[in-house]
Design a protein around this ligand. Structure first.
Ligand code: AMP
Length: 287
């Protein structure tokens, strides 16, 4: 297990990765906001398995936080993160300051219509423009690569795929499965904000998703009934304040009244302090 090289400037990381590509090596890229857990480590391991050089960015991106959100309080621990990255096989860490990434007020932003508008886009109106802008910038800095994103943020994955395709960016976007705690709670850096009582309540989100999936697998095709069943699981847990539940087409995130093909069940809610997201995929059985 070797210690990853830490680059803090754009010039430094770009020069290093250009040299690696020049020597014929492929690059795997894992963008993160740090405070890494096994979900992030799984992305690094996936990149390690498929690419010659693995770069992980750690940058808490102010553009994707609204003024009312938890930017200043977002958890950070660089030393621990470097250990997680080393253990998962990362080679290079890009850890820029806010001034390095945004030396001037940002005048150019990227916004992705359609797939970014509902759900997280509706609840957090400036969020996806902030995400798409920083990811476009990171792709420009890292250069041609395979970039790994978790299905944990399923709508974000759809937004990034769409942006990379629309802008012809030289990046292959790879989605990776959600890593969960033993009781089903999706791992998230924000889980550290949960009180003991909230932590015990939080798996209700995953229970709701499983209930929706079981209904569909059992033959239910009516979207509204599936969504109502998921919402009623959450209603039984008073510490979870539901934001939305939805059963959508997995490719477009559009709603259909009759469920068919590949469906994604999405859920978001506040559990005490943090707002948590989760989702699962369901293949609707034919007939
Ligand atoms: P973040 O640091 O929260 O911005 O997340 C960085 C990347 O890790 C994103 O692509 C997330 O979707 C992914 N990620 C976060 N949590 C998980 C998880 N539990 N399982 C898999 N991927 C995750």
């Amino acid at each position: 297990m070797s210690v990853p090289v830490v680059c803090t400037t754009i010039d430094e990381v770009r020069a290093r990765l250009d040299a690696e590509r020049g020597a014929g090596r492929t690059i795997g890229f894992v963008p993160t906001m740090g405070y890494l857990h096994d979900g992030h480590a799984s992305l690094v391991r996936a990149a390690r398995g498929e690419c010659d050089v693995v770069v992980v960015s750690i940058f808490v991106n102010p553009l994707q936080f609204a003024p009312t959100e938890d930017l200043a309080a977002y958890p950070r621990d660089l030393e621990r993160d470097l250990g997680v990255i080393a253990g998962a096989g990362g080679d290079v860490v890009f850890h820029p300051s806010v001034d390095e990434m945004y030396p001037h007020r940002v005048a150019t932003t990227v916004s992705v219509a359609g797939v970014g508008e509902r759900f997280e886009g509706a609840s957090r109106p400036t969020h996806f423009a902030g995400v798409a802008t920083v990811v476009a910038k990171l792709f420009a800095i890292v250069g041609p690569c395979r970039a790994y994103f978790g299905e944990k943020d399923f709508q974000q994955l759809c937004v990034v795929r769409r942006m990379a395709a629309d802008l012809s960016l030289p990046v292959t976007v790879v989605g990776a499965p959600i890593v969960r705690e033993p009781d089903g709670l999706a791992m998230s850096s924000r889980n550290v904000y949960l009180s003991d009582a909230d932590r015990a309540a939080a798996p209700a989100l995953y229970r709701a998703l499983r209930a929706g999936r079981d209904l569909i697998v059992g033959g239910e095709r009516d979207r509204a009934r599936v969504e109502a069943a998921m919402a009623s699981v959450v209603a039984d847990e008073p510490l979870v304040e539901l934001d939305y539940v939805a059963a959508v087409d997995a490719a477009t995130l559009g709603s259909v009244d009759r469920l068919a093909g590949e469906v994604r069940l999405l859920i978001a809610g506040r559990v005490g302090r943090p707002r948590l997201l989760d989702n699962i995929g369901v293949t609707v059985p034919p007939g």
